[in-house]
Write a protein that binds this ligand. Structure first.
Ligand code: PEP
Length: 261
């Protein structure tokens, strides 16, 4: 029996992190647009390094695949050497921006306040933020998973209007599963996804059923299907496997199968 909520379209997003050259990105994008040309069920996007976004625009514009960035400045414009404004990402045709990825939180000191400022910039530019939340291994081991998720989500839920919140996508990414080859079990993922939806419901009752909640953390071709069949898992945020053209397409196909059966 299909347990998927058909009011939500599945979404699979690749996070390429700091990988790729003009040559490898061209090859990958040409493959994806060819292989996924008949896909009408799954929304697909790739979050590329800033410098590869013009190439995404060039090669993906007439495909159904969308593109986005992995980070953005919390400022609108001005003397911020090295930063990239959300309006610049909009100019390049981006649809999504990852915000609060655990690598940015842990390695670049991004706190909830900065995450909120970035989300506001993304929304102001008319783009969709993908808000990443998740607990570390130590936090899971001391049963603090829900407390961490609640803190990260409440910060955002309390700072934005209903209209702004309606634009968000949430990605649950347990830090211990990112790039480690360890995946949350389908049951573990489902439990946290249901909790995220419940938290949303408490603040935005009419939005909760429409909220897209992605799972991220070592999603691969061989574990995607089981994760995606969970009722509250609406797709995936895929790191390492998004760089492998066959794996990424197989993950998109797994989402399609999960929705079709
Ligand atoms: C990520 O970077 O968001 C991620 C989930 O990475 P990986 O799939 O490699 O664990």
């Amino acid at each position: 029996m299909n347990m998927k909520n058909t009011s939500r379209r599945p979404l699979v997003v690749g996070n390429w992190k700091m990988h790729g050259s003009l040559e490898s990105v061209t090859t990958l994008l040409n493959f994806l647009r060819h292989e996924l040309q008949n896909n009408t069920v799954v929304d697909v996007a790739v979050c590329a390094p800033f410098v590869h976004l013009p190439l995404c625009r060039e090669l993906l514009t007439i495909s159904g695949i969308q593109w986005g960035a992995q980070n953005v400045s919390e400022h609108t414009v001005g003397a911020y050497t090295g930063e990239i404004a959300a309006s610049m990402l909009a100019d390049l045709g981006c649809r999504y921006v990852l915000v609060g990825h655990s690598e940015r939180r842990a390695l670049f000191g991004e706190m909830d306040a900065m995450v909120i400022a970035k989300i506001k910039q993304v929304l102001e530019a008319g783009l969709k933020p993908i808000l990443c939340v998740g607990e570390t291994l130590a936090e899971r081991e001391c049963d603090a998973t829900e407390a961490v998720i609640a803190r990260q989500l409440h910060a955002v839920l309390g700072a934005l209007t209903s209209e702004q919140l309606a634009e968000l996508v949430v990605a649950y990414e347990p830090v211990w599963a990112i790039g480690t080859g360890k995946t949350a079990s389908p049951e573990q993922a489902q439990a946290v996804h249901a909790y995220i939806r419940q938290l949303w419901k408490e603040k935005q009752p009419e939005q909760a059923e429409r909220l897209i909640v992605l799972y991220g953390g070592s999603v691969k071709a061989d574990n995607a299907r089981l994760l995606f069949t969970q009722p509250d898992v609406d797709g995936g945020l895929v790191g390492g496997a998004a760089l492998d053209q066959n794996q990424f397409c197989a993950i998109v196909n797994a989402a399609e199968q999960a929705w079709n059966h």
